[in-house]
Design a binder for this molecule. Structure first.
Ligand code: IMP
Length: 433
């Protein structure tokens, strides 16, 4: 039974949590593939709003096995806080499995994240300061501490002693900040490791066994493909690969075992932190989108930057990730506009460009070429099927579909589970960008 990937098509916060929760209703396994507690996935049910950071968004389905894959970096204290919070609200977490190969975010990682951000000054990436970047840096530098090490006291002590010593040198000598107390760090981590131990396993084997047994497996990416460390707006990116390829790697699934790549896009654009954002709206329209879309970070509470839908970036993501279908979320946020713009090209130095320049300064200079579509000026939050949507809203969906070159199969018209409208595919519209 092949697996399905759910990934973000923009700069994160597209509503992947809601979609994963919806698809998890019929899934046996949900695997989180990348990122760490920098992610914030919001799921709204009749029991209220759940903000998930490390725990896969399938956790609200009690029959679903939830796996935190090897590609994730885990802050054990943050994870335990999340588990405790879910348990207090009556959500079972006994089905949560953690890869023994996943890397641990240690207390020196947020300290380094803060120090490095402050050193960048005006060129700051605007990281979530959760230590993700430094944890991934240690992973590829082959000095990381993994979950398998965390739950073995002797290994933890040996590796931690070496690492805290070296990181304290960096923190004090280079950044002039306070060193960490190795003994205290060790004690805290041993306690956390012993609470997490029963969840730890070779999760890639669990996922492979599930696929062999014909079970339904969903792979959930964090962030969005425009924040990908290779193909995103580098250096204003996250430190992992929130892509279809990254999803395979992070979950322990081969590309040949995937048959659906569902990309989630908002009906407009947002990004958090620094970096080029060609369709950004620094005006009243942008504020209206922010307020109507409740565009404030789930993990950090920061106001998100807002802009019109960017079909150039969107198509780039759809192509590089082999997207087979699209969920377009938050369409209702656009209910009040007379006209809606979609960026269908970039102009750079009077020339029209078809792809995203790799150089950050050039991407910062592109100006968007917009196509203007009519708004629908109607509340669509009660729509449950395509026929409930106004003609102009359907035209907007079809326009975006044609620009991205992949079918839109679901449209979000509000935060709750039932506000997902199935949209009939129209293959004649595809590939026309
Ligand atoms: P980091 O992942 O905390 O290192 O942050 C790097 C960049 O990715 C910053 O611009 C963050 O705002 C952005 N980022 C990280 N996680 C998310 C997310 O879940 N949603 C949106 N942006 C994110």
């Amino acid at each position: 039974m092949p697996a399905t990937i759910i990934m973000g098509g923009q700069w994160g916060d597209e509503g992947k949590g809601k979609l994963t929760d919806a698809l998890a209703a019929t899934a046996h396994v949900v695997v989180r593939a990348n990122g760490g507690s920098n992610a914030g996935h919001t799921v709204t049910t009749s029991d209220g709003v759940f903000k998930l950071h490390l725990v896969p968004s399938g956790v609200l389905n009690p029959d679903c096995t939830c796996v935190i894959g090897a590609g994730v970096v885990i802050d054990p204290i943050a994870l335990l806080k999340e588990i405790d919070g879910l348990r207090e609200r009556g959500v079972a977490t006994s089905n949560l499995l953690i890869s023994d190969r996943a890397h641990v975010v240690l207390p020196y990682h947020p300290a380094l994240d803060r120090a490095e951000e402050s050193e960048r000054g005006d060129d700051g990436i605007g990281t979530t300061l959760r230590g993700n970047g430094p944890a991934y840096a240690d992973k590829v530098a082959r000095r990381g501490i993994r979950i398998a090490d965390l739950i073995d006291e002797e290994t933890l002590l040996r590796k931690l002693t070496r690492e805290v010593g070296s990181k304290n040198e960096t923190l004090t000598r280079i950044f002039g900040v306070e060193p960490l107390d190795a003994t205290e760090v060790y004690r805290t981590l041993v306690a956390a490791g012993s609470r997490l131990r029963d969840h730890v396993t070779a999760s890639e084997m669990v996922v492979q066994d599930a696929l062999d047994a014909g079970k339904t497996v969903l792979v959930e990416c964090a962030q969005g493909a425009m924040l990908d460390v290779d193909y995103g707006t580098y250096p204003f990116v996250t430190s992992s690969s929130p892509t279809a390829a990254g999803a395979c790697q992070g979950a322990g699934i081969a590309p040949t075992q995937i048959d659906r790549v569902v990309a989630v896009y908002k009906a407009y654009s947002t990004r958090v932190g620094g970096g080029p954002f060609p369709t950004e709206l620094m005006n009243e329209t942008g504020n209206t989108i922010r307020e109507r879309g409740r565009e404030y970070g789930t993990s950090t509470g920061r106001p998100r930057r807002t802009g019109w839908f960017d079909a150039v970036a969107g198509r780039y993501v759809a192509r590089l990730n082999g997207v087979t279908e699209i969920a377009l979320t938050l369409l209702d946020v656009l209910d009040t506009f007379d006209e809606i713009n979609v960026c269908t090209g970039y102009r750079l130095n009077e020339l029209s460009v078809r792809s995203l320049p790799a150089r950050e300064d050039l991407l910062g200079q592109v100006s968007p070429i917009f196509s203007t579509l009519a708004g629908w000026k109607r509340d669509i939050t009660a729509a449950r099927e395509i026929d409930d949507l106004p003609e102009a809203a359907v035209a907007y969906i079809r326009f975006i579909e044609s620009k991205l070159g992949a079918p839109i199969s679901l449209v979000g018209v509000g935060p709750s589970r039932e506000q997902l409208v199935p949209v009939t595919r129209d293959s004649a519209m595809l590939g026309a960008a």
